[in-house]
Design a protein around this ligand. Structure first.
Ligand code: OKP
Ligand code: ZN
Length: 343
């Protein structure tokens, strides 16, 4: 299986995130992608290639132009106002507030985000444009190269980012950008399977009123887990999209027995939809040793996830999302890919 990777991801290297009442070095750090890359090479998964530059048009197909423009200059504006620290928001337009876009960089950080754990750094813009290009290059290879599957080793991740919102370590929604690109190039129906521990709220929001992209997400129950305010089972889509959004929230402590049944149900939904192509939001923060998550999957379970996804027999683009058990992120991610490949 071909892997698409760019070292530009290292430019996203925040100093701190606010977690559990403390400023800590971010769990979402460059070593994650480096460890995945090292494991890809160690097992000989296949060739590793850099991304092409697709420009911003494919990004603007799923993100609003003002949001893209905001991200491009956010750190420069922050630096002019506050100096060369990471940019973090501190207040938001919650219930009862107006949704007018402020002029001030501090106000716009709040307007365009939904958490304070996602630092914008001097290198964020280059890292996120490159991450989107990594996803797009994988999609292009799937379409034009005729590969059975491609692995886009994206970092930063993307599935929390909505049309005009960033958070959860995500800025551009890489999987959504790739899915839309495939639609624009003739794929009539596209399915997205999100196996990251956290609900892919951004992907859901982007495609919620559409029947041409099926979104299926298995994740920690929002009553207990980030992002808390979306991801319930009764969110099934709206308008034309009614019936094309599938959430399977699961409680803390979920292990393979429960998880594998949910996976089989999700896979059956995708098979029934009859897509031309499948994209997988590949997070491995469902692992038992993940430091910020509470599922109990074992390393061998990822091999079996890959096998079951392969049974769909669809051209498949794997897009890296989360996973914070730094010592096992490579093993778990590549187990899933190798399980797919062997099936
Ligand atoms: C991004 B991805 C845990 C705080 C979590 C944000 C998590 C973002 C996860 N106590 N903060 O879905 O892996
Ligand atoms: Zn996650």
């Amino acid at each position: 299986m071909l892997t698409i990777y760019s070292a530009d991801h290292k430019l996203q290297d925040g100093k701190f995130e606010l977690i559990d009442g403390q400023l800590m070095p971010p769990f979402e750090r460059p070593q994650r992608a480096e460890n995945v890359l090292a494991r890809v090479r160690e097992v000989g998964l296949g060739e590793v290639r850099g991304p092409d530059d697709f420009g911003l048009d494919p990004v603007r197909r799923v993100h609003d132009a003002d949001f893209v423009a905001f991200l491009r200059t956010a750190h420069d504006e922050w630096r002019a106002a506050h100096g060369a620290t990471d940019a973090l928001p501190l207040n938001w337009p919650c219930r009862g507030f107006r949704q007018t876009i402020p002029e001030s960089i501090d106000g716009r950080l709040g307007y365009y985000s939904f958490d304070a754990g996602t630092p914008i750094t001097a290198g964020t813009w280059r890292a996120i444009t490159s991450s989107a290009n990594v996803a797009l290059t994988g999609a292009k290879q799937l379409k034009d190269g005729g590969d059975r599957a491609v692995f886009s080793l994206c970092r930063p991740p993307g599935h929390h980012a909505a049309r005009d919102l960033y958070a959860g370590y995500c800025f551009f929604n890489n999987v959504a950008v790739a899915a839309q690109w495939l639609r624009d190039r003739g794929a009539a129906r596209v399915a997205i399977l999100d196996v990251d521990y956290h609900h892919g709220n951004g992907t859901q929001m982007i495609f919620y009123d559409r029947a041409d992209v099926l979104f299926v997400s298995l994740h920690g129950h929002p009553a207990q887990e980030y992002p808390f305010f979306l991801g319930y089972e009764d969110e099934t889509g709206e308008g034309d999209g009614e019936g094309f959004n599938v959430n399977v929230p699961m409680r803390w402590g979920t292990a393979w027995d429960t998880y594998s049944r949910a996976l089989d149900d999700g896979i059956a939904r995708i098979a029934g939809y009859g897509p031309e192509v499948l994209l997988v939001s590949l997070g491995v923060d469902t692992f038992k040793n993940d430091p910020i998550s509470k599922f109990r999957l074992e390393s061998g379970d990822y091999t079996e996830i890959g096998r079951r996804v392969a049974a769909l027999d669809l051209p498949t683009l794997f897009v890296m999302e989360g996973g914070y058990a730094i010592d096992e992120i490579g093993i778990n991610t590549v187990n899933l890919l190798a399980g797919f490949e062997a099936a």
